[in-house]
Ligand binder design. Sequence first.
Ligand code: T1G
Length: 713
Amino acid sequence: MTRINEIVTLARQGNVSVVTLNNPPVNALSHALREGLLNAIAHAGRDKESAAIVIVCEGQTFVAGADITEFGKPPKDPRINAVISAIEESPKPVVAAMHGTVLGGGLELALGCHYRIAVPSARFGFPEVNLGIIPGAGGTQRLPRIVGVERAIEMITSASQISAAQAREAGLLDEVVLGELLAGALAFAQKLVTENRPLKRVRDRDEMLKPVRGNTELFAKARQSVGRKARGLKAPLAAIDAIEAAVNLPFEQALQREREIIMAQVGSDQSKALRYFFFAEREAAKIPGVDTSNQPKVMQAAVIGAGTMGGGIAMSFANAGIAVTLIDVSEQALEKGIGIIQKNYENTAKRGGMSEADVGKRMGLITPSTKLADVAGAEVIVEAVFENTQLKKTVFAEIDRHAQPGAILGTNTSTLDIDDIASATKRPESVIGLHFFSPANVMKLLEVVRTGKTAPAIVARSMALGRQMRKVPVLVGTCDGFVGNRILRARSKQAEQIIMYGGFPHQVDGVLQEFGFPMGVFAMGDMAGLDIGWRIRQERGLKSPVADALCEMGRLGQKTGAGYYRYDPQNPAGARTPIVDPMVNELIVKASNDAGIERKEMNNDLVRERLLYPMINEAAKILEEGVALRASDIDVIWIYGYGWPRYRGGPMHYADAIGLRAVRDRLREFEREFGEAFKPAALLDRLADEDKTFAEYTAEVKAGAAKLESAAA
Ligand code: T1G
């Protein structure tokens, strides 16, 4: 065996050279890997005893793409394309032997090989658009030559993965290896040599392109449907440009076109934001001083309350293969809750999202009960009863009596004081907020809310449980509204102010949708039901002139056919599509007059800044209070829980991109004109004065914590 460099080795077994890549954790195509691979191919090429070459990887996966940490830095030779050309031009057949998740540059590398084989569990895909770029090493050129243009467009613009069986069926794989991968690869390579099989260069294939050459309609249609789904993300449309070039231009020219497109994208705001988010999402799982990785898997859970949230949470447990007891003291409510769960699963099966057998299996994991004592066998209990402190305390006192020692006692409250709820037990250190988002079986975000008393072990197990449930758990501290809702409240307050001072609901919602949110504030209020906010305002003695007036008129939103907007079941654009109602705008103008407010027209930029800057300001307060560990955690919460467009990175990344001084100065202008509510947070002021970013502040805090930790060690 020859060690080419620290992560690439070369060995020969009989007359087959084996190049082994070992760049943990995901064999990313770093500079060292590219260099090592290129040298290994050259080395094997010169070896007279070698008649074929196999490329295989150590670790969890074959190459999972380019090294994202190298983006934005000066590129180093050899580039990926040079390595792939060397493989493609090899006088000996090169076989990619794959396992794990073969993604992006990894799949491009395989497409540069003459043959591709994999184990049955391997998965294949081009996730580049999730990073705001297109495949940049020939993926848009070679993939359509094998799987066809339409399938290539679908795979690259959706970033979806396909299985080994699907890849075999699509012609992407020459063989699925049932036994040990390397042994299968050696036998396959041997066969190529013995049968003197041709060196199939993908770039030479044209049979899948010829039929669509010049077919502009196909691409126009693709742009239309992809454009609709992309909602402002640019990369999927750019990918269609590159694939169209593959069809209509000579290979090298089209490859150059692909290169030009990706080089322009790498420096784009969208790609910077998406790459930031890629690492932010992974960082959120890491809690200083708490080991969340080696935690035991949860086998048995219990959920209390079979309402909308309780039912969705029980489904999330079952979807992750965790047995769950769904408890509701009311037999009727339990029956209704179980019925809704069954219906949800059956609807998913009808849409082909799961098999009938899966429906049975998931339902089999959910055990209904009316007895609170049945929490006894659960390692985690999630209380999801009506949002009332006294009721929750009664439930927690009961849970405390029956739950096993060490059980996680979770509450799904979104507004109430968790310390107060925990005080109803003798083990407040076991109590934690597990704040799911509606619909809980769909939404990925899980706000894990620790109190001052929550034990680190409960935090660690709750974070691990979140990942086991295939959620994105983010750890936050307690405060009114935690992180997500507290920032949401800042935006909702401004939205109400804007319509009182000159704007209208459709303008506010239009600005947010233009920005990339799936839905605006007022349309979302109508969807959730305006009575929820109305009840909370009445409980807290708060007023909202327009919203209160609408509720008093019975306009509670979609469920009553009218709220801020009107809804028409016959509407060709859809029964849930908001229709602007002049009556509501009149009501708003009257409310302003009654409040003695002089209305002024507002342009969209002003509306956008008045909605988003107070959010950033509230987030800065959350950060300085330590309720969020990192600025990036706030971004993960808003992207996974509140529809902030991923390609804008989240409110904190967005603020850093604008510049904190500009945000702070604008807030000061608003403070002078609209009052104290816009007063910049102390942290925002400091960072603006020091010309720093929230990301730098987070790095400072992290370094400070590490220093303390090592001093304590
Ligand atoms: N580059 C650098 N680091 C990476 C990485 C990558 N491509 N992929 C993962 N990591 C790090 C990650 O930050 C984490 O680090 C650790 O590996 C484990 O990741 C030319 C230009 C492969 C499915 O987009 O989707 O190729 O937090 O926690 O859940 O056309 O990682 O431990 O310090 O996610 O087992 C295209 C991205 C690149 C794939 C594994 N490829 N990765 O999931 O582990 S662009 C991607 C993933 C490209 C070409 C273009 C997942 C995974 P840390 P993890 P996992």
